[in-house]
Structure formats: C-alpha cells, structure tokens
Design a protein around this ligand. Structure first.
Ligand SMILES: Cc1cc2nc3c(=O)[nH]c(=O)nc-3n(C[C@H](O)[C@H](O)[C@H](O)COP(=O)(O)OP(=O)(O)OC[C@H]3O[C@@H](n4cnc5c(N)ncnc54)[C@H](O)[C@@H]3O)c2cc1C
Length: 397
C-alpha cells in the first residue's frame, strides 16, 4: 500500500477511472468536480478493449455488460450509394483476440458506473479548482470557495479547458479543427424499418462523415455527424444545434442518414478542438491526464479510452511508492504515456483528411485500400492489444 494522498481535479470519465485505479493501488484518493451534479452529454461513446480490459480489472465487468451494446463490426460505407468499403470484426472475435470486449455506451451510463464504484465519501461535487501550488513536500489544491486540500500528488483531469494545465504551462488555447459535430440520440423504435445492425457504422464522404451505433441496450441510435466549417465564432464550445442545419450539411448523402436525422428530437453542435502533443504533462507533484493534456479529434474513438489508460499507468507508477518517490514516478508516467497518446492524437488528425476526401483519385485509392482489408487493421490491433498497466515503453505503429 502506498498510502499516497492524491487529489484528482475533475470527475469526468478520465478522473473517475483514474481514481478507481489509484484507489486499487492503495492510494488515498479524493476526486473534486466543479459541477454540483455531474452528468454526461446525451450521446454515445465507444469503449475499446484497451480500456474495457482495465475497467474489468477494477471489478466493473458485470456493470458494464449490463448497460453495454456489443457491436459486431466496424463498418465503413460510401456516402452516396451506401456501398460497404470495409468491415472489420468486433463482437466475440475481438473479445477473444484482445481478452476484453468492444462496447458502446450511453455516456451517462459509463460515467455513473465509474462514479458509483468510487469508495464512499471520495467524490466531491461543486468544488471548482482555481489554483494549485507546490508546497515543501506536496501540493495544495485551492477551490473557489477558499477551501484547500493538501496532498502528495495533484492530478488535473479537468478536460480540454484544463485550469491545472493553464496553471502549469500558461494559457494556450486549443486549435479549432475546422470540423463541427452534430450529436444526438434517436429512439431505435422509430428506425426499426431500417433494420440497422449492431455495428459501428461510419459513412465517409466529401467534407464530412457520419457515425452511428446503438446505445442503452439498443433503445437508442447514437449519431455523430461531422462536417467542415471555416470558423467557430461563438463563446460556447457546444451549442444546441438545428436538425435542419445538420440535414443541409448532408444534402445528397444516402437516405438512411436523413432517416436517422429525421428521427431525432434534438441535436447538439460541438466545435471540435485538439492540441499539438505537449512536450511535458507535469511539474513537480502535479500532473495531467485525459483531455487536459492530450485532447484529440474523436476520429480514432480513443479520447476517453486513452484517459482510462492514463489512470491505469499513473496508478501502476505510483503503486508502492512513498512521498519521496513521487516526482520520479510522475516522470516515468508521462514518459510512458506521451508517445502513445501523441501518436493517436496525430492519427486522429490524419483521419480528418482521410475520412473527408472529395471523390477523385485519392478517394479511390483510399477505398481500394479499405476494401482489401481483412480482419482488424494493424493500427487498430496495436491500440486494442495494449496493456496500460505494463510499465514498459512500447514502440508505436
Ligand atoms: C463528438 C465526440 C465523440 C467522441 N467519441 C469518443 C469515443 O467514441 N470514444 C472515446 O474513447 N472518446 C470519444 N470522445 C472523446 C472523449 O469524450 C473525451 O476524450 C473524454 O470524455 C475526456 O475525458 P476527461 O475526463 O479527460 O475530460 P472531461 O470529460 O472533459 O472531464 C473533465 C471534468 O473536469 C471538470 N472540471 C473542469 N474544470 C474543473 C475545475 N476547475 N475544477 C474541478 N473540476 C473541473 C469538468 O466539469 C468535467 O467533469 C469523443 C469526443 C467527442 C467530442
């Protein structure tokens, strides 16, 4: 038992999963979330085996299975005629290959499974961190009500607008990608006539892509409709969107996409931001995880999975360490995590181009390469097969 006292700032998926991992490693963990009652947006999330493997070790296999949908394939389709460009096996095949399932969730379900598993009294809501200062032998987290917590380690798991990151490295805003995403949930019974399969389906076309999959035990179809937009001028980073605007972005696309959009009651519009990979994640006894240090475009479906991996590696580095070993352990943590997360951030940026190619020679080349694929792509297999509790630097593909 390390008994290290750790404050995690931010009770999102990354912070909650890290708190579970750190508690399991014997640390004395408190999670401080700014909002009074933390919920997730009404949307879905894909969780790959590299993350579910870890969550299973935290004792969550039954809770996850009870709320998950297990998709059979990742399917890519052409935007206009719906031709299938590639189909990669998930389902039982992936579970057997990687020792853990690929799941789809409603985000609120995933977050409540993680939060409910935290030991009683360790999750604190309505506590907004405004400063973190290094002390002689620890770090002090300061909240907006003037209260403080002293601990051996502070972990900023406070998302893309991270205050902890800003305190450590200054105010550098993330980059607007030129992509916006409409997101929403359609009741599955309104779409029964489409006979949608339990897949993760990605329609690729000029200047956009459209992803859909089932969540909530199959009761809802989640969609993410990404299109290109030159500027994001609003103050907020997400906004209530108009379904008619989403439909206009996908004018001329396959009727199935319009059927899904037509079955939705409301949609939210998100500006998609990322950052170039950071060269450092921590200073002294303060470090970062998840979107606070490696926000990425969602085109690898890995942002949350990587934040879950971060927590597992951090806990493995701190397990059995006393206060005097903290700085070395945190250095090791970021050395282990930065190359992998940077590679995935950059791959996600690359997909922003590949997914949105206009019809022409490059698109044809892409489609031929995709159609030739059998089994899971090597890149995906390298991501899914990774065990974040193993403390060794892995070469990135
Ligand atoms: C359209 C879209 C689709 C996506 N799909 C997937 C997917 O399929 N699979 C996947 O793995 N990832 C996906 N992602 C990425 C994923 O959602 C994020 O990477 C993940 O949620 C990040 O988790 P986090 O805990 O690091 O940050 P967040 O979820 O942002 O949580 C940060 C928390 O910190 C709190 N906080 C902020 N500031 C403070 C403060 N000062 N004091 C206290 N608390 C604070 C916030 O209230 C929040 O609760 C997607 C993202 C988008 C936009």
């Amino acid at each position: 038992m390390s008994g290290l006292k750790i404050t995690v700032v931010g009770g999102g998926i990354g912070g909650a999963a890290a708190a579970l991992a750190l508690t399991r490693a014997g640390c004395d963990v408190h999670v401080c979330e700014q909002v009074a009652s933390k919920t997730e947006v009404g949307a879905g999330i894909q969780v790959s085996p590299n993350a579910t493997r870890l969550l299973h070790r935290y004792g969550l296999a039954d809770a996850l299975r009870a709320r998950a949908v297990k998709p059979r394939h990742i399917e890519v389709r052409r935007w206009d005629d719906g031709r299938i460009l590639s189909r990669e096996e998930l389902g039982d095949v992936a579970e057997e290959a990687f020792g853990a399932p690929y799941y789809h969730f409603h985000r609120a379900d995933l977050l409540s499974i993680l939060s409910d598993a935290l030991p009683t009294g360790r999750a604190h809501s309505g506590r907004r961190c405004v400063d973190v200062v290094q002390t002689k032998d620890g770090a002090r987290t300061i909240f907006d009500d003037g209260s403080t917590i002293d601990s051996d380690v502070v972990v900023g798991a406070d998302g893309i607008h991270s205050v902890v990151r800003k305190i450590l490295f200054g105010d550098e805003r993330p980059r607007f990608s030129g992509n916006v995403a409409y997101r929403g949930l359609a009741p599955a019974d309104r779409l029964a006539h489409l006979r949608l399969r339990h897949n993760a389906t990605n329609w690729m076309g000029p200047g956009g892509h459209f992803v859909h999959y089932f969540v909530s035990g199959g009761r809802f179809v989640n969609f993410v409709a990404v299109s290109e937009q030159a500027k994001w001028e609003r103050e907020s980073w997400n906004d209530r969107g108009e379904i008619e605007d989403a439909k206009k972005c996908f004018a001329g696309w396959h009727p199935q996409i319009h059927e899904i959009l037509g079955a939705v009651d409301e949609t939210f519009k998100w500006a998609l931001f990322d950052r170039v990979p950071l060269s450092r994640w921590g200073v002294g006894r303060v470090t970062l995880l998840g979107d606070a240090c490696h926000p990425m475009l969602p085109y690898m479906a890995q942002g949350a999975a990587q934040s879950i991996e971060d927590g597992a590696t951090l806990a493995a580095c701190l397990a059995g360490i006393g206060p005097s070993g903290v700085i070395e352990a945190l250095t090791k943590y970021e050395e282990l995590r930065r190359p992998r997360t940077a590679a995935i951030q950059l791959a996600a940026r690359g997909n922003a181009v590949t997914f949105h190619l206009p019809d022409g020679a490059e698109q044809e080349k892409r489609d031929i390469e995709m159609s030739a694929r059998t089994g899971l792509s090597p890149r995906r297999a390298a991501i899914f097969g990774f065990d974040a509790e193993r403390l060794q630097i892995m070469p990135q593909s």
